[in-house]
Design a protein around this ligand. Sequence first.
Ligand code: UT7
Length: 413
Amino acid sequence: MRYAHITGWGAYVPPRIVTNEELSHLVPTSDAWIRERTGIRQRHIADDEDHTSTMAIKAGRKALQRANLDPGRLDLVVCATSTPDYLMPNTASLIQDGLGATHAAAFDLNTACSGFVYALSVASSMVRSGAYENALVVGSESMSRVMDWTDRSTCVLFGDGAGAVVLQASEMAGGVLSFRLGSDGSGGDVLTVGLGTRNPVSAERQAKGDGPFMKMAGREVYRFATRIVDRVTREVVSDAELEIEDIDLIIPHQANSRILSKAAQQLGIPLERIYSNLANYGNTSAASVPLALVEAIEEGRVRAGDHGVMVGFGGGLTWGAALVEWTYDPADREWSMWRRSVQGARFGLAGVKSFAHRAEREVRFWEIRMRRRARRRRLAKENGSAELPEDRAQQARLNGTSKAKKKRDRSGG
Ligand code: UT7
Protein backbone atom coordinates (compact mmCIF):
# COMPACT_ATOMS: atom_id res chain seq x y z
CA MET A 1 0.00 0.00 0.00
CA ARG A 2 1.24 3.50 -0.87
CA TYR A 3 1.09 6.55 1.39
CA ALA A 4 1.77 10.24 0.79
CA HIS A 5 4.01 11.79 3.47
CA ILE A 6 4.75 15.42 4.15
CA THR A 7 8.54 15.49 4.04
CA GLY A 8 9.25 19.20 3.58
CA TRP A 9 7.66 22.53 4.45
CA GLY A 10 8.39 26.19 3.95
CA ALA A 11 6.75 29.60 4.22
CA TYR A 12 7.34 33.11 3.02
CA VAL A 13 5.69 36.39 3.94
CA PRO A 14 6.58 39.75 2.45
CA PRO A 15 8.65 41.91 4.81
CA ARG A 16 6.29 44.90 4.99
CA ILE A 17 4.11 44.75 8.12
CA VAL A 18 0.94 46.85 8.33
CA THR A 19 -0.40 47.30 11.85
CA ASN A 20 -4.01 47.92 12.89
CA GLU A 21 -2.94 51.36 14.01
CA GLU A 22 -1.68 52.15 10.50
CA LEU A 23 -4.99 51.06 9.01
CA SER A 24 -6.89 53.31 11.39
CA HIS A 25 -5.42 56.25 9.42
CA LEU A 26 -6.81 54.82 6.21
CA VAL A 27 -10.36 53.79 7.16
CA PRO A 28 -12.61 54.51 10.16
CA THR A 29 -11.47 51.62 12.37
CA SER A 30 -9.39 51.08 15.48
CA ASP A 31 -6.83 48.61 16.82
CA ALA A 32 -9.28 47.76 19.61
CA TRP A 33 -12.16 46.91 17.21
CA ILE A 34 -9.96 44.75 14.95
CA ARG A 35 -8.35 42.85 17.84
CA GLU A 36 -11.59 42.32 19.71
CA ARG A 37 -13.71 41.26 16.71
CA THR A 38 -11.07 39.26 14.81
CA GLY A 39 -7.90 38.67 16.88
CA ILE A 40 -5.72 40.27 14.17
CA ARG A 41 -2.91 42.66 15.22
CA GLN A 42 -0.98 43.02 11.96
CA ARG A 43 -0.65 41.60 8.46
CA HIS A 44 2.13 41.36 5.84
CA ILE A 45 1.55 43.19 2.58
CA ALA A 46 3.43 42.49 -0.66
CA ASP A 47 5.37 45.28 -2.33
CA ASP A 48 5.81 45.61 -6.10
CA GLU A 49 8.52 42.93 -6.09
CA ASP A 50 6.39 40.16 -4.57
CA HIS A 51 3.63 38.34 -6.43
CA THR A 52 1.65 35.16 -5.85
CA SER A 53 4.14 33.13 -7.92
CA THR A 54 7.32 34.69 -6.49
CA MET A 55 6.16 34.24 -2.89
CA ALA A 56 5.24 30.63 -3.72
CA ILE A 57 8.67 30.02 -5.24
CA LYS A 58 10.35 31.31 -2.06
CA ALA A 59 8.17 29.06 0.12
CA GLY A 60 8.61 26.14 -2.30
CA ARG A 61 12.40 26.41 -2.21
CA LYS A 62 12.39 26.14 1.57
CA ALA A 63 10.08 23.11 1.41
CA LEU A 64 12.34 21.39 -1.12
CA GLN A 65 15.39 22.18 1.03
CA ARG A 66 13.73 20.60 4.07
CA ALA A 67 12.84 17.51 2.06
CA ASN A 68 16.33 17.48 0.54
CA LEU A 69 14.68 16.99 -2.83
CA ASP A 70 16.11 18.15 -6.12
CA PRO A 71 13.47 20.25 -7.97
CA GLY A 72 14.16 18.12 -11.06
CA ARG A 73 12.64 15.15 -9.18
CA LEU A 74 9.27 16.84 -8.66
CA ASP A 75 6.47 15.24 -10.72
CA LEU A 76 3.75 17.69 -9.80
CA VAL A 77 3.25 21.29 -8.64
CA VAL A 78 -0.22 22.30 -7.45
CA CYS A 79 -0.86 25.91 -6.52
CA ALA A 80 -3.92 26.83 -4.49
CA THR A 81 -4.72 30.49 -5.04
CA SER A 82 -7.61 32.83 -5.69
CA THR A 83 -5.23 35.67 -6.59
CA PRO A 84 -3.22 34.23 -9.50
CA ASP A 85 -0.57 36.35 -11.22
CA TYR A 86 -2.65 36.10 -14.43
CA LEU A 87 -5.78 34.35 -15.70
CA MET A 88 -3.33 32.67 -18.08
CA PRO A 89 -0.65 31.27 -17.74
CA ASN A 90 -1.47 29.40 -14.55
CA THR A 91 0.57 30.35 -11.48
CA ALA A 92 1.73 26.76 -10.85
CA SER A 93 3.57 26.75 -14.18
CA LEU A 94 5.39 29.95 -13.20
CA ILE A 95 6.34 28.27 -9.92
CA GLN A 96 7.43 25.09 -11.74
CA ASP A 97 9.68 27.19 -13.99
CA GLY A 98 11.01 29.32 -11.13
CA LEU A 99 11.96 26.24 -9.11
CA GLY A 100 13.52 24.46 -12.07
CA ALA A 101 11.04 21.58 -11.70
CA THR A 102 11.52 20.70 -15.35
CA HIS A 103 9.79 17.30 -15.16
CA ALA A 104 6.71 18.40 -13.22
CA ALA A 105 3.11 18.81 -14.34
CA ALA A 106 1.59 22.00 -12.92
CA PHE A 107 -1.89 23.31 -12.31
CA ASP A 108 -3.76 25.86 -10.20
CA LEU A 109 -6.68 25.15 -7.99
CA ASN A 110 -9.05 27.87 -6.79
CA THR A 111 -11.32 27.14 -3.87
CA ALA A 112 -10.40 30.35 -2.00
CA CYS A 113 -9.56 29.79 1.67
CA SER A 114 -10.14 26.01 1.40
CA GLY A 115 -7.63 25.89 -1.46
CA PHE A 116 -4.66 24.39 0.35
CA VAL A 117 -6.68 21.55 1.89
CA TYR A 118 -8.21 20.82 -1.52
CA ALA A 119 -4.78 20.89 -3.19
CA LEU A 120 -3.26 18.65 -0.51
CA SER A 121 -6.10 16.17 -0.95
CA VAL A 122 -5.79 16.09 -4.75
CA ALA A 123 -1.99 15.82 -4.73
CA SER A 124 -1.92 13.16 -2.00
CA SER A 125 -4.48 11.10 -3.95
CA MET A 126 -2.29 11.31 -7.05
CA VAL A 127 0.75 10.25 -5.04
CA ARG A 128 -1.11 7.43 -3.29
CA SER A 129 -2.56 6.18 -6.59
CA GLY A 130 0.95 5.63 -7.95
CA ALA A 131 0.65 8.34 -10.61
CA TYR A 132 3.38 10.48 -9.03
CA GLU A 133 6.23 10.07 -6.55
CA ASN A 134 6.97 13.64 -5.47
CA ALA A 135 4.63 16.63 -5.38
CA LEU A 136 4.82 20.22 -4.21
CA VAL A 137 1.60 21.72 -2.83
CA VAL A 138 1.55 25.48 -2.39
CA GLY A 139 -0.98 27.96 -1.04
CA SER A 140 -0.09 31.50 -2.08
CA GLU A 141 -2.09 34.72 -2.09
CA SER A 142 -1.71 38.41 -2.85
CA MET A 143 -4.94 39.42 -1.14
CA SER A 144 -3.83 43.06 -0.87
CA ARG A 145 -4.16 43.35 -4.67
CA VAL A 146 -7.90 42.65 -4.60
CA MET A 147 -8.70 44.74 -1.52
CA ASP A 148 -10.81 47.86 -1.58
CA TRP A 149 -8.64 49.99 0.70
CA THR A 150 -11.62 52.21 1.45
CA ASP A 151 -13.79 49.32 2.73
CA ARG A 152 -13.14 48.80 6.45
CA SER A 153 -15.27 45.66 6.55
CA THR A 154 -12.71 43.74 4.41
CA CYS A 155 -9.37 45.58 4.17
CA VAL A 156 -8.50 45.09 7.86
CA LEU A 157 -8.91 41.32 7.61
CA PHE A 158 -6.59 40.07 4.91
CA GLY A 159 -2.84 39.69 4.33
CA ASP A 160 -0.36 38.23 1.82
CA GLY A 161 1.97 35.23 1.99
CA ALA A 162 2.72 31.68 0.88
CA GLY A 163 3.25 28.25 2.41
CA ALA A 164 4.29 24.99 0.77
CA VAL A 165 4.74 21.31 1.54
CA VAL A 166 6.49 18.48 -0.28
CA LEU A 167 4.57 15.20 -0.52
CA GLN A 168 6.48 11.98 -1.17
CA ALA A 169 5.33 8.44 -1.80
CA SER A 170 6.29 5.67 0.61
CA GLU A 171 5.23 2.18 1.62
CA MET A 172 5.46 3.23 5.28
CA ALA A 173 2.02 3.85 6.82
CA GLY A 174 1.14 7.45 7.70
CA GLY A 175 1.02 10.82 5.97
CA VAL A 176 -2.32 12.10 4.61
CA LEU A 177 -4.73 9.43 5.88
CA SER A 178 -8.14 10.90 5.06
CA PHE A 179 -9.81 13.98 3.67
CA ARG A 180 -13.28 15.43 3.18
CA LEU A 181 -14.10 18.20 0.70
CA GLY A 182 -17.37 20.05 0.22
CA SER A 183 -19.03 22.85 -1.69
CA ASP A 184 -22.26 24.84 -1.62
CA GLY A 185 -22.28 27.10 -4.66
CA SER A 186 -25.63 28.59 -3.66
CA GLY A 187 -23.59 30.69 -1.21
CA GLY A 188 -21.15 31.86 -3.87
CA ASP A 189 -22.30 35.47 -3.63
CA VAL A 190 -21.33 35.96 0.03
CA LEU A 191 -17.59 36.14 -0.70
CA THR A 192 -16.52 37.35 -4.13
CA VAL A 193 -13.83 38.97 -6.24
CA GLY A 194 -15.88 39.69 -9.35
CA LEU A 195 -13.05 39.70 -11.90
CA GLY A 196 -13.51 37.25 -14.76
CA THR A 197 -14.91 36.82 -18.22
CA ARG A 198 -18.37 37.81 -16.97
CA ASN A 199 -16.93 40.98 -15.60
CA PRO A 200 -13.86 42.14 -17.49
CA VAL A 201 -12.24 45.33 -16.27
CA SER A 202 -12.77 48.19 -18.72
CA ALA A 203 -10.08 50.84 -19.14
CA GLU A 204 -12.64 53.36 -17.83
CA ARG A 205 -13.17 51.41 -14.59
CA GLN A 206 -9.46 50.87 -14.17
CA ALA A 207 -8.82 54.61 -14.53
CA LYS A 208 -11.42 55.26 -11.80
CA GLY A 209 -9.76 52.69 -9.53
CA ASP A 210 -13.09 50.86 -9.51
CA GLY A 211 -12.28 47.26 -8.59
CA PRO A 212 -13.23 44.54 -8.99
CA PHE A 213 -12.47 44.18 -5.31
CA MET A 214 -13.25 41.58 -2.72
CA LYS A 215 -16.69 41.80 -1.22
CA MET A 216 -17.81 39.77 1.77
CA ALA A 217 -21.04 39.36 3.72
CA GLY A 218 -19.00 38.82 6.91
CA ARG A 219 -21.78 37.66 9.23
CA GLU A 220 -23.05 35.03 6.79
CA VAL A 221 -19.53 33.67 6.26
CA TYR A 222 -19.05 33.68 10.03
CA ARG A 223 -22.21 31.62 10.58
CA PHE A 224 -21.20 29.16 7.86
CA ALA A 225 -17.65 28.87 9.31
CA THR A 226 -18.82 28.12 12.85
CA ARG A 227 -21.06 25.31 11.54
CA ILE A 228 -18.59 23.72 9.15
CA VAL A 229 -15.32 23.48 11.15
CA ASP A 230 -16.85 21.22 13.77
CA ARG A 231 -18.71 19.08 11.20
CA VAL A 232 -15.91 18.47 8.71
CA THR A 233 -13.32 17.86 11.46
CA ARG A 234 -15.50 15.15 13.01
CA GLU A 235 -16.06 13.58 9.57
CA VAL A 236 -12.40 13.37 8.64
CA VAL A 237 -11.45 12.01 12.06
CA SER A 238 -14.10 9.31 11.87
CA ASP A 239 -13.00 8.41 8.27
CA ALA A 240 -9.55 7.63 9.69
CA GLU A 241 -11.18 5.53 12.44
CA LEU A 242 -9.89 7.86 15.15
CA GLU A 243 -11.51 9.92 17.90
CA ILE A 244 -11.29 13.68 18.42
CA GLU A 245 -9.17 12.92 21.52
CA ASP A 246 -6.56 11.28 19.23
CA ILE A 247 -5.94 14.55 17.43
CA ASP A 248 -2.92 16.37 18.82
CA LEU A 249 -3.32 19.61 16.89
CA ILE A 250 -5.96 21.16 14.65
CA ILE A 251 -4.61 23.64 12.12
CA PRO A 252 -7.57 25.63 10.83
CA HIS A 253 -7.91 28.41 8.29
CA GLN A 254 -7.01 31.62 10.13
CA ALA A 255 -10.02 33.90 9.63
CA ASN A 256 -11.21 34.97 13.06
CA SER A 257 -10.17 34.01 16.60
CA ARG A 258 -13.86 33.83 17.58
CA ILE A 259 -14.39 31.09 14.95
CA LEU A 260 -11.50 29.13 16.47
CA SER A 261 -12.80 29.48 20.04
CA LYS A 262 -16.23 28.34 18.92
CA ALA A 263 -14.71 25.32 17.15
CA ALA A 264 -12.79 24.33 20.31
CA GLN A 265 -16.01 24.58 22.31
CA GLN A 266 -18.01 22.51 19.78
CA LEU A 267 -15.33 19.83 19.49
CA GLY A 268 -14.94 19.72 23.27
CA ILE A 269 -11.17 20.28 23.22
CA PRO A 270 -8.99 22.92 24.91
CA LEU A 271 -8.28 25.99 22.73
CA GLU A 272 -4.52 25.22 22.90
CA ARG A 273 -5.15 22.24 20.61
CA ILE A 274 -6.28 24.62 17.87
CA TYR A 275 -3.28 26.37 16.38
CA SER A 276 -3.52 30.09 15.72
CA ASN A 277 -1.10 32.62 14.24
CA LEU A 278 -3.86 34.90 12.97
CA ALA A 279 -2.66 37.84 15.11
CA ASN A 280 0.50 38.19 13.00
CA TYR A 281 -0.77 37.53 9.48
CA GLY A 282 -4.52 38.13 9.31
CA ASN A 283 -6.47 36.05 6.83
CA THR A 284 -4.16 34.94 4.01
CA SER A 285 -6.81 32.78 2.31
CA ALA A 286 -5.24 29.67 0.67
CA ALA A 287 -1.87 30.48 2.29
CA SER A 288 -3.23 30.52 5.83
CA VAL A 289 -3.27 26.77 6.58
CA PRO A 290 0.28 26.10 5.28
CA LEU A 291 1.60 29.26 7.01
CA ALA A 292 0.09 28.02 10.26
CA LEU A 293 1.40 24.49 9.69
CA VAL A 294 4.96 25.68 9.10
CA GLU A 295 4.90 27.86 12.21
CA ALA A 296 3.42 25.07 14.31
CA ILE A 297 6.26 22.77 13.17
CA GLU A 298 8.87 25.46 13.87
CA GLU A 299 7.44 26.00 17.35
CA GLY A 300 7.82 22.28 18.08
CA ARG A 301 4.06 21.71 18.20
CA VAL A 302 4.28 18.80 15.74
CA ARG A 303 6.18 15.59 16.54
CA ALA A 304 6.60 12.23 14.81
CA GLY A 305 3.61 10.00 15.58
CA ASP A 306 1.25 12.95 16.13
CA HIS A 307 -2.07 13.24 14.35
CA GLY A 308 -3.14 16.62 12.98
CA VAL A 309 -6.18 17.91 11.12
CA MET A 310 -6.01 20.83 8.69
CA VAL A 311 -9.34 22.55 8.06
CA GLY A 312 -10.22 25.14 5.43
CA PHE A 313 -13.42 27.06 4.69
CA GLY A 314 -14.33 30.04 2.59
CA GLY A 315 -15.40 31.37 -0.81
CA GLY A 316 -17.42 29.11 -3.06
CA LEU A 317 -18.69 28.35 -0.52
CA THR A 318 -16.20 25.54 -0.02
CA TRP A 319 -14.72 23.58 2.86
CA GLY A 320 -12.32 20.74 3.44
CA ALA A 321 -10.35 18.87 6.08
CA ALA A 322 -7.34 16.57 5.81
CA LEU A 323 -6.02 14.28 8.55
CA VAL A 324 -2.28 13.71 8.66
CA GLU A 325 -0.15 11.36 10.71
CA TRP A 326 3.34 12.83 11.08
CA THR A 327 5.91 10.21 10.26
CA TYR A 328 9.02 12.35 10.08
CA ASP A 329 10.44 14.01 13.12
CA PRO A 330 10.71 17.70 12.19
CA ALA A 331 13.64 18.03 14.60
CA ASP A 332 15.68 15.64 12.41
CA ARG A 333 15.22 17.84 9.43
CA GLU A 334 17.38 20.84 10.25
CA TRP A 335 19.42 22.12 7.30
CA SER A 336 23.16 21.80 7.36
CA MET A 337 25.22 24.59 5.79
CA TRP A 338 26.42 22.13 3.17
CA ARG A 339 22.88 21.12 2.19
CA ARG A 340 21.84 24.76 2.00
CA SER A 341 24.67 25.61 -0.37
CA VAL A 342 23.99 22.60 -2.60
CA GLN A 343 20.28 23.50 -2.80
CA GLY A 344 21.13 27.18 -3.39
CA ALA A 345 23.28 26.14 -6.35
CA ARG A 346 20.45 23.95 -7.70
CA PHE A 347 17.99 26.86 -7.57
CA GLY A 348 20.56 29.14 -9.21
CA LEU A 349 20.83 26.54 -11.95
CA ALA A 350 17.03 26.53 -12.28
CA GLY A 351 17.14 30.24 -13.17
CA VAL A 352 19.86 29.60 -15.77
CA LYS A 353 17.91 26.66 -17.26
CA SER A 354 14.73 28.74 -17.49
CA PHE A 355 16.65 31.56 -19.19
CA ALA A 356 18.20 29.05 -21.61
CA HIS A 357 14.74 27.59 -22.47
CA ARG A 358 13.39 31.08 -23.18
CA ALA A 359 16.41 31.98 -25.29
CA GLU A 360 16.15 28.70 -27.22
CA ARG A 361 12.46 29.40 -27.93
CA GLU A 362 13.30 32.93 -29.11
CA VAL A 363 15.99 31.63 -31.46
CA ARG A 364 13.60 29.00 -32.86
CA PHE A 365 10.92 31.65 -33.55
CA TRP A 366 13.52 33.93 -35.09
CA GLU A 367 14.66 31.12 -37.41
CA ILE A 368 11.07 30.40 -38.45
CA ARG A 369 10.47 34.10 -39.15
CA MET A 370 13.65 34.31 -41.20
CA ARG A 371 12.78 31.19 -43.20
CA ARG A 372 9.32 32.56 -43.96
CA ARG A 373 10.77 35.87 -45.01
CA ALA A 374 13.26 34.19 -47.34
CA ARG A 375 10.43 32.15 -48.88
CA ARG A 376 8.33 35.26 -49.43
CA ARG A 377 11.27 36.97 -51.12
CA ARG A 378 11.81 33.97 -53.38
CA LEU A 379 8.14 33.84 -54.37
CA ALA A 380 8.06 37.57 -55.02
CA LYS A 381 11.13 37.23 -57.22
CA GLU A 382 9.64 34.32 -59.14
CA ASN A 383 6.48 36.35 -59.77
CA GLY A 384 8.44 39.44 -60.72
CA SER A 385 6.84 41.45 -57.93
CA ALA A 386 8.79 43.93 -55.83
CA GLU A 387 6.26 43.51 -52.98
CA LEU A 388 6.70 40.86 -50.32
CA PRO A 389 3.37 39.06 -49.90
CA GLU A 390 2.63 39.37 -46.19
CA ASP A 391 -0.25 37.05 -45.56
CA ARG A 392 -0.97 33.38 -46.11
CA ALA A 393 -3.74 34.00 -48.65
CA GLN A 394 -1.33 36.01 -50.78
CA GLN A 395 1.28 33.29 -50.48
CA ALA A 396 -1.27 30.65 -51.39
CA ARG A 397 -2.30 32.68 -54.48
CA LEU A 398 1.31 32.95 -55.56
CA ASN A 399 1.92 29.26 -54.84
CA GLY A 400 -1.21 28.41 -56.80
CA THR A 401 -2.54 26.57 -53.76
CA SER A 402 -5.44 28.88 -52.83
CA LYS A 403 -8.76 27.24 -51.94
CA ALA A 404 -10.44 28.84 -54.99
CA LYS A 405 -7.76 27.45 -57.30
CA LYS A 406 -8.00 23.99 -55.76
CA LYS A 407 -11.79 24.07 -56.28
CA ARG A 408 -11.38 25.19 -59.90
CA ASP A 409 -8.85 22.40 -60.49
CA ARG A 410 -11.20 19.81 -58.94
CA SER A 411 -14.14 20.92 -61.07
CA GLY A 412 -11.86 20.96 -64.12
CA GLY A 413 -12.60 24.70 -64.61
O1 UT7 B 1 -11.60 33.65 4.72
C1 UT7 B 1 -12.89 33.33 4.35
C2 UT7 B 1 -13.71 33.15 5.52
N1 UT7 B 1 -13.99 34.43 6.12
C3 UT7 B 1 -14.44 34.47 7.37
O2 UT7 B 1 -14.52 33.45 7.99
C4 UT7 B 1 -14.88 35.79 7.93
C5 UT7 B 1 -16.06 35.55 8.81
N2 UT7 B 1 -16.61 36.77 9.35
C6 UT7 B 1 -16.04 37.45 10.34
O3 UT7 B 1 -14.96 37.10 10.78
C7 UT7 B 1 -16.77 38.61 10.94
O4 UT7 B 1 -18.10 38.62 10.48
C8 UT7 B 1 -16.12 39.99 10.61
C9 UT7 B 1 -14.81 40.12 11.34
C10 UT7 B 1 -15.88 40.11 9.11
C11 UT7 B 1 -17.02 41.10 11.06
O5 UT7 B 1 -17.28 41.00 12.45
P1 UT7 B 1 -18.78 41.14 12.98
O6 UT7 B 1 -18.72 41.10 14.43
O7 UT7 B 1 -19.59 40.11 12.27
O8 UT7 B 1 -19.14 42.61 12.53
P2 UT7 B 1 -20.35 43.08 11.60
O9 UT7 B 1 -20.01 42.88 10.18
O10 UT7 B 1 -21.60 42.53 12.14
O11 UT7 B 1 -20.31 44.62 11.93
C12 UT7 B 1 -20.58 45.13 13.27
C13 UT7 B 1 -20.34 46.62 13.27
C14 UT7 B 1 -21.02 47.33 12.11
O12 UT7 B 1 -21.45 48.60 12.57
P3 UT7 B 1 -23.00 48.82 12.95
O13 UT7 B 1 -23.75 48.56 11.69
O14 UT7 B 1 -23.29 47.85 14.04
O15 UT7 B 1 -23.01 50.25 13.41
C15 UT7 B 1 -19.91 47.53 11.11
O16 UT7 B 1 -20.12 48.66 10.28
O17 UT7 B 1 -18.95 46.85 13.11
C16 UT7 B 1 -18.75 47.77 12.03
N3 UT7 B 1 -17.49 47.47 11.43
C17 UT7 B 1 -16.33 48.02 11.82
N4 UT7 B 1 -16.06 48.92 12.81
C18 UT7 B 1 -14.78 49.29 12.96
C19 UT7 B 1 -17.22 46.61 10.41
N5 UT7 B 1 -15.91 46.61 10.14
C20 UT7 B 1 -15.34 47.48 11.00
C21 UT7 B 1 -14.02 47.91 11.21
N6 UT7 B 1 -13.79 48.81 12.21
N7 UT7 B 1 -12.99 47.45 10.50
